[in-house]
Design a protein around this ligand. Structure first.
Ligand SMILES: C[S@@+](CC[C@H](N)C(=O)[O-])C[C@H]1O[C@@H](n2cnc3c(N)ncnc32)[C@H](O)[C@@H]1O
Length: 252
């Protein structure tokens, strides 16, 4: 049995009781560490809480060489842990398909996800979001325009855009870095972005939520990771009031 378990957003206590019990009952536990992480805890604390070893997986361990996970699930109970919800903005559908094709039983225990958390923190309505995008750290000769194109296409349709910020082994992109990259991609007035919402540490006791122009958000101290960005479309009245009250938005 292969059980996909969402750990939720921030620390050890975000997991559901069902998820907790599945880890307690598991013969082997794997933690996927590249699509999201819980910055309010650590793998060592997870091991301590459950009193069992947890094998940390990189992207290639899941996408290219998942055999150890699948072999363990053929004969025993395997818990596959992911930050957030295991099937939201991840590629783990592929692992579930592989397991099914091998005759391995699977199930999903859902977790709170950044995708729904941003709606509560910003007040932006979930049904008004268009396609989401990610900003990767630029590399030598690689500075993709895709995130800006997605945002502009959503704005034309009057839809909000959720912008995931890159996570690397030792670097977590900040709201300011993300905005800086988008502003470098903008080539003229027609591409200008007038409003951003930055969110830090959703799920923690002290998330930071701030709305404003790129200039205004430069001066906001968002604090430690993880961070995420939203580019809102035209605001509905309630959305505007919510951002004013909870994100320091000052309409022009
Ligand atoms: C690729 S998504 C994976 C989403 C995850 N499966 C979920 O359901 O929450 C990860 C990105 O979402 C954002 N993110 C995830 N958790 C966050 C949190 N607690 N606070 C702020 N941003 C977060 C970061 O930008 C991070 O790079």
């Amino acid at each position: 049995m292969l059980t996909f378990i969402g750990l939720g957003l921030y620390d050890l206590d975000d997991i559901s009781l069902k998820g907790q019990n599945a880890i307690i009952e598991a013969d082997a536990v794997f933690l996927e560490s590249y699509t999201s992480i819980l910055t309010g805890t650590s793998p060592a604390e997870l091991e301590k809480r459950y009193g069992k070893p947890i094998k940390i997986l990189k992207r290639q361990d899941v996408e290219q060489h998942p055999e150890p996970i699948l072999d363990a699930a053929k004969t025993g109970k395997v818990a596959f842990l992911t930050g957030g919800d295991p099937m939201v903005s991840t590629t783990h559908a592929d692992l579930r398909i592989r397991a099914k094709n091998l005759g391995i039983e699977t199930r999903i225990i859902h977790g709170s996800s950044i995708v729904s958390a941003v709606c509560g923190l910003s007040g932006l309505q979930n049904y008004r979001f268009g396609k989401s995008c990610s900003i990767p750290y630029p590399a030598k000769n690689w500075f993709p325009r895709t995130p800006l194109d997605t945002i502009l296409s959503n704005l034309i349709q009057n839809l909000h855009t959720l912008v995931y910020l890159d996570i690397q082994e030792t670097a977590f992109m900040s709201v300011q870095e993300g905005i800086g990259i988008l502003e470098q991609l903008i080539t003229g007035d027609s591409e200008k972005i007038s409003l951003y919402v930055g969110i830090a540490r959703a799920g923690s006791e002290n998330p930071v939520v701030a709305a404003g122009t790129s200039e205004k958000l430069k001066d906001v101290n968002f604090g430690p990771p993880l961070h995420i960005l939203i580019v809102p479309a035209t605001l509905h009245d309630i959305e505007q009031e919510y951002l004013t009250l909870f994100a320091g938005y000052a309409p022009a």
